[in-house]
Ligand binder design. Structure first.
Ligand code: AMP
Ligand code: ZN
Ligand code: FE
Ligand code: FE
Length: 289
């Protein structure tokens, strides 16, 4: 059984429509796939219809933008009720922060001679509920200012580069609480990924005590050594271990669907930990055992 628990559609910064992503997951041989767009559940209904059509299990999820001190941490929430009002309020605030920073980024890029307008970014983001720096990167690729999303981040969009603008992210402890209250299962995405250091075993132990249930271990941003060390921490703390592609369509190279997967026993633990049955409008929602 092949299980990939972290993917993005064009509802955030992936490049596939939710239905196309699900069909691609089926073609890639996956049995279970989670749709985890940044800060939104907007892709769930379309993804669920496609999952029912092709016969694959969809795990509804999202990847929430959070902060621990000054560090950015991504929190995956699985099988949560997306209508839980305090969660909706937190997501709205994050999405406002995403949209609100676009003009500031454009102004800063223009100041260094890169022509990107808000209108360009709006067109690039299309119907995305969550606008992100990748949409700005795509405009820069289209105008020839850079060759790839990677180059846009490295030269202009990462912290410390001329186009970087900070945005609101929910305190991690609060987000863990919200996912739990919404009946879902909170799992930290790529804990030792691009900005490692903040999530020590001691910190993860403290977060586990307030409701964290798992960590993503098998992820492209983790070296073999990091994966082994994280597996050890998960064992010590009793955390669920997940693996995923973090697929973004053509938006990220080397993140093909199923390139990392989650052990079926660990997936089963997630189903057991979920306390709500989120309605994606399907009779074929993930079920225990
Ligand atoms: P934002 O959501 O605006 O904070 O942008 C961060 C998102 O951009 C991450 O969650 C990734 O999905 C994506 N990202 C970050 N770095 C890169 C990169 N070098 N190339 C492509 N996508 C990236
Ligand atoms: Zn992303
Ligand atoms: Fe992430
Ligand atoms: Fe992601």
């Amino acid at each position: 059984m092949l299980i990939d628990l972290h993917t993005h559609s064009f509802v955030s910064d992936g490049t596939d429509a939710p239905a196309d992503l699900i069909r691609a997951a089926k073609t890639a041989g996956l049995d279970v796939v989670a749709l985890t767009d940044h800060d939104t559940a907007a892709g769930w209904p379309e993804a669920q219809r496609a999952a029912d059509e092709v016969g694959i299990t969809l795990v509804p999820g999202m990847e929430i933008s959070t902060r621990l001190g000054s560090a950015s941490v991504h929190l995956l929430g699985y099988l949560l009720d997306p209508t839980h009002p305090p969660l909706v309020a937190a997501l709205d605030r994050i999405l406002d922060g995403r949209n609100g920073r676009v003009p500031a980024i454009c102004a800063q890029l223009q100041a260094v001679g890169i022509e990107v307008t808000e209108e360009d970014v709006r067109l690039s983001a299309g119907d995305a509920a969550a606008t992100g720096r990748p949409h700005i990167a795509d405009v820069m690729v289209a105008t020839g200012a850079v060759a790839s999303r990677d180059e846009a981040f490295a030269k202009f969009l990462n912290p410390g580069r001329p186009g970087y603008v900070r945005r609101y992210a929910c305190p991690l402890e609060e987000a863990i609480g919200l996912v739990g209250e919404a009946g879902g299962v909170p799992v930290i995405a790529h804990p030792w990924g691009r900005s490692p250091g903040a999530l020590t075993e001691e910190t993860l132990a403290r977060l586990t005590a307030i409701g964290l249930h798992g960590i993503e271990v098998d992820h492209q941003e983790h070296s073999p050594q990091a994966r082994e060390a994280l597996r050890g921490i998960a064992r010590n703390l009793g955390l669920v271990v997940t693996g995923s592609s973090d697929h973004h369509g053509t938006g990220k190279v080397d993140h093909d669907l199923g390139c990392n997967t989650t052990d079926p026993d660990e997936y089963e633990r997630i189903l057991e930990l979920a306390t709500s049955a989120p309605s994606t409008g399907s009779a074929a929602a993930p079920r225990r055992g």
